[in-house]
Unconditional design. Structure first.
Length: 111
């Protein structure tokens, strides 16, 4: 039983390490944005950005095929919507597979 538990834990760690993406780009200078304005809901914009930039982010189509929204809220003072996406594999959450995309009211991605 102990050996099975260790093997399962080692497999989970190995899987997580192979799926870890590179860091997403942030705006290069204060006041700039990662993207221009875009139409759609903040969730649609976030998912579209991840799909369009998956190569740059070190992701494959399979890596972004199964996300769950772990949180999404809008900060009232500036209108920025914070979208948190949990990567899953076969319905199981990937360790450290959390993406945060911050979307301005006009659809620009802040970071």
């Amino acid at each position: 039983m102990q050996g099975t538990r260790i093997l399962t834990s080692a497999l989970a760690v190995a899987l997580a390490l192979t799926l870890l993406p590179g860091a997403a780009p942030a705006a290069e200078t204060p006041g700039s944005f990662v993207t221009g304005p875009a139409a759609g809901t903040p969730l649609e914009i976030a998912l579209g950005y991840l799909d369009a930039n998956r190569g740059e982010l070190g992701l494959t189509a399979g890596d972004i095929a199964d996300f769950a929204v772990s949180d999404e809220y809008t900060t009232q003072h500036n209108g920025v919507t914070h979208v948190y996406l949990q990567q899953r594999l076969g319905g199981i959450e990937v360790v450290n597979g959390l993406f945060n995309v911050n979307v301005m009211p006009d659809g620009r991605i802040l970071n």
